[in-house]
Unconditional design. Structure first.
Lengths: 468, 442
């Protein structure tokens, strides 16, 4: 088995992180909040938190992304952020007229011990005219990564609005952090099955708007409040991702209990059955998703998808030689790389490294669970940063690098062909529209990966052949 | 829903309509979605281009992730500044303190990367948990034999502008530490150019042509050794005055080096930047060379601009940038292209900057300090601007409203300074304003 002893796991204490392969949790919470109708995110911390996160997201989504800040001052840090918080809420209310203000805490506010729920209680008692709703997610950046913030915010929204009721026909879809195109794909699939689905969250429109005639302070789109309420009476929840917010436990001191995800909350408190699946990338995991939809609806998959699947298999057959035995280095968020690894494994690509900045403690188990072909060869590392990944690439000379934009410098330095997937895509247009999920998403990924390998071979070939 | 928040109204004025002075230099209003960042951001952007120094961010992971390779500040040699290093604090570090982690991180990184100096940025919670960063820096400095400089840039501790000041203090600890350097007869430092898209190299070439030695640039294409000897220069030429005036003033006090404010954007300001330096040195030969250089450049530049000007004449532009000094140059540069500025604002301008802007602009121009997306989109609509000049965060405002955008911020890939920069600027404005795609959005 391929093993490198020179690189130790990054979880040792006192190790610096060099070119992190993760972001902080208020970023994830902000994205999730954008997926609920009329919601304006408020980050309770310094101005920079909101501005940096906006800038980071704007570079990926190429959309206006307004995130308010309570703009901590030195006074606020010493005496508490109460006043700043209230001013912020009032100003958001007056200038955005939101339905929801989605609050994410920060390392600063959590460390000084600000109790946002208490602030809110006082604030609402003094300001009766404020008629929007508030959701609070605890997202200190010293706990977990942006993915933990994402799940925390989704779960906070569900806890706030979901109402228990007689089971109805609709289902809940907890997609995890996927692209806007992925969300549209999921909506299309469930709609083709003839079932109402509630996406939690749904930023397919709010983070991917058409061009506007007039400026919208709050972009259209997002899951409606009435639908969030209905999530408590769904026939089932399908939740993508098997690692979810487990990374938030790493490095904790006091509270070792894990807060549940939105889907888990609905199962435990409102008896909504939970179907947990890895992200539907590749044929096997998409099949698993479609099987669940068939079970729930009692219908066979629509012919459209039989054909999509058939074309995908056809493409696998046509191109199997170009990918077989190729060594890939894959990196990104934990649940995302689990899904991607399952797909790469089923087409005969060997995973020289599956890496993530997340530290759930179970990444290796999860990846191997879904990689039957090369289970023994797969190397999985969590808590890795890009310098770790680079060292690994230097020694293992992979044929392809698969992940988001931030690995580009490695691809460039070591001359490894690269395929961009996931988040963030800061150096290309259309990163938010990359499709990963379902048969059609897999088809696009497959074509891109195969063609990238072919292109590299073509470019480095002395012959420069024109047909294959 | 109010159009503009009440507390913000004093920071917005329309020339010819409002006679009051604009309010500025204030903390951003909570909840206003300011385009500004924080103290840390101010320090980080100023020191970032020093390419052979180690920049370590002490705190949880976010601040380092969001500022990894963030500026297009080019280096002609080492690329160490483009990596992102952090102590990546976890809850246990917040509870038990991060000093040990910082110490070990610094030692490991210094051994690995062999930097000429190290900057250690404190982020918000460092100021709260009370890590003695100064002491750790001192210890590592003694052990490793390089300067390890604390940058106390806790995000909440003021505005982005305060971050500039803190960065200047860190720089001033390096300035003056190389006593043995012998400068040429005429020597300057450039302060406040960050070598975005290689702009410093264009300027350095101009100064070389007129016979002036550039001892150091702070901080574009920066090197620790050059900063150490900066105090040997006869003059500090300060661009982006917002970020570097603190250092210029300090160097005047400490080393008696006079400074002058310049800008390198647009023909007028660029030419003045050369003439003023020649005037300072009172050297007729230098002045003659400067005149020749300017004449040569302009004689090729003006005809090159002509075709763009013909198409752009009468178009209207909105400007919202970080520093107001740049905004002033942009108004002039746009005028050269026949364009009118209808909105102009900045994140960190001071009273003097805004006064100048007010004098420079036509009646009806909206002038704004520390604005936000809601206001900016209103102004664009109100004034029917054809073009927006700003940074990444302003781009989607322009594009969503279906008007052109020109990136004049950290991430630009085309040099916009100097004479060649003026041509690039004209090309970019032209491409943006006259693209055929706008017909689909009208």
């Amino acid at each position: 088995m391929f093993e490198l002893n020179t690189i130790k796991k990054q979880t040792e204490s006192y190790k610096p992180t060099q070119n992190a392969c993760k972001l902080c949790s208020p970023l994830g919470a902000s994205i999730a909040y954008k997926g609920f109708q009329g919601c304006v995110p408020l980050i309770h911390g310094s101005q920079g938190c909101a501005t940096y996160i906006r800038r980071y997201l704007i570079s990926h989504y190429k959309e206006p992304i307004d995130i308010a800040s309570s703009n901590f001052t030195e006074d606020a840090t010493i005496f508490g952020g109460d006043e700043n918080f209230k001013t912020a809420v009032l100003n958001i209310f007056n200038s955005y007229n939101p339905q929801i203000i989605g609050i994410a805490s920060t390392c600063l506010s959590e460390t000084i011990g600000d109790d946002v729920n208490l602030f809110l209680h006082h604030f609402l008692a003094e300001n009766k005219e404020i008629d929007c709703d508030f959701v609070v997610a605890s997202t200190p950046s010293y706990q977990g990564t942006h993915i933990d913030g994402f799940h925390e915010a989704v779960s906070a929204v569900v806890k706030k609005f979901a109402k228990q009721g007689y089971t109805q026909n609709h289902i809940n879809l907890f997609p995890g952090f996927v692209s806007t195109e992925d969300l549209r794909t999921l909506k299309e699939i469930t709609s083709d099955f003839g079932i109402d689905s509630i996406l939690l969250p749904d930023y397919s429109e709010s983070l991917d708007n058409p061009v506007w005639n007039t400026y919208h302070r709050i972009p259209a789109g997002g899951t409606k409040q009435a639908d969030i309420e209905k999530s408590g009476s769904a026939r089932a929840s399908i939740e993508f991702g098997t690692i979810l917010n487990r990374g938030s436990l790493s490095g904790r001191v006091k509270n070792q209990s894990l807060s549940g995800t939105g889907a888990q909350y609905l199962m435990n408190k409102m008896d909504v059955p939970l179907i947990s699946l890895p992200m539907p990338i590749g044929i096997m995991q998409t099949d698993a998703f479609f099987e669940e939809l068939e079970k729930i609806t009692g219908k066979k998959s629509p012919e459209k998808y039989e054909k999509q699947r058939g074309r995908l298999v056809d493409a696998y057959v046509d191109a199997h030689k170009y990918v077989f035995g190729k060594k890939a280095v894959l990196y990104g968020e934990e649940d995302f790389v689990v899904g991607m690894a399952a797909f790469l494994d089923e087409i005969g690509i060997e995973l020289a490294l599956v890496a993530s900045g997340g530290e759930s403690g179970i990444l290796e188990t999860e990846v191997k669970k879904y990689c039957p072909e090369n289970r023994d060869k797969v190397v999985v590392r969590e808590g890795f940063d890009f310098e770790n990944i680079k060292e690994w690439c230097k020694e293992s000379s992979p044929d392809i690098l698969i992940g988001h934009s931030k690995g580009y410098y490695i691809a460039r330095e070591l001359n490894i062909p690269m395929v961009r997937v996931g988040f963030p895509i800061h150096d290309r247009i259309g990163g938010q529209r990359i499709k990963h999920l379902g048969y059609s998403g897999t088809q696009e990924l497959f074509d891109t990966i195969v063609n990238t390998l072919i292109e590299y071979k073509q470019n480095t070939s002395p012959v420069g052949y024109k047909y294959m | 829903m109010t159009q503009y928040l009440k507390e913000r109204q004093k920071q917005i004025l329309t020339k010819g309509k409002d006679s009051v002075e604009i309010a500025c230099g204030k903390k951003s209003l909570a909840g206003s979605v300011s385009q500004r960042a924080c103290v840390f951001c101010g320090s980080r952007v100023v020191l970032y281009p020093i390419a052979d120094a180690l920049h370590v961010i002490h705190g949880p992971v976010g601040c380092a992730s969001y500022t990894w390779d963030i500026r297009g500040a080019l280096s002609s040699g080492p690329q160490l500044h483009r990596l992102s290093f952090t102590t990546d604090l976890k809850e246990k570090d917040v509870v038990f303190g991060g000093e040990k982690k910082l110490y070990h991180a610094l030692c490991e990184l210094i051994d690995k990367h062999k930097p000429k100096a190290a900057f250690v940025f404190s982020t918000c919670i460092i100021g709260v948990i009370g890590d003695d960063v100064e002491a750790v820096c001192k210890k590592v400095s003694e052990e490793k034999g390089i300067d390890v400089l604390p940058v106390m840039s806790e995000g909440f501790n003021g505005t982005k502008k305060d971050g500039y000041k803190i960065a200047c203090s860190a720089l001033s600890r390096l300035v003056g530490t190389d006593k043995d350097y012998h400068p040429a007869k005429y020597s300057i430092n450039i302060l406040g150019d960050f070598n975005l898209a290689g702009e410093l190299w264009i300027l350095a070439e101009y100064y070389k042509k007129i016979g002036v030695e550039l001892i150091s640039c702070m901080t574009g294409d920066g090197r620790v050794e050059e900063i150490r000897r900066a105090h040997h220069a006869s003059l500090n030429v300060v661009q982006c005055s917002g970020s570097m005036m603190h250092l210029a003033r300090e160097m005047k006090e400490k080393y008696n080096i006079p400074f002058m404010k310049v800008s390198y954007f647009g023909i007028e300001d660029m030419s003045d930047a050369l003439y003023e330096v020649a005037k300072f040195f009172k050297d007729e030969e230098m002045m003659q060379k400067a005149r020749e250089l300017v004449t040569n450049e302009i004689s090729t530049l003006l005809p090159a601009l002509q075709p763009y000007r013909q198409k752009l004449e009468g178009k209207k532009a909105a400007i919202y940038v970080g520093g107001a000094f740049k905004a002033i140059s942009l108004v002039k540069a746009l005028r050269l292209l026949g364009m009118k500025t209808v909105v102009v604002g900045s994140q960190t301008g001071n009273a003097e900057d805004y006064k100048l802007l007010k004098e420079l602009c036509d009646d009806g121009t909206v002038i704004v300090d520390d604005s936000n997306p809601n206001e900016l989109s209103e102004f664009v609509k109100l004034t029917r601007a054809h073009l927006f000049i700003g940074g990444v965060k302003e781009r989607p405002i322009a594009h969503k409203l279906g008007i052109g955008f020109c990136d004049h911020n950290h991430e630009r890939k085309e040099a916009l300074a100097g004479y060649i920069g003026m041509v690039n600027f004209a090309k970019e404005v032209f491409a943006s304003v006259t693209s055929p795609v706008w017909k689909f959005v009208k």
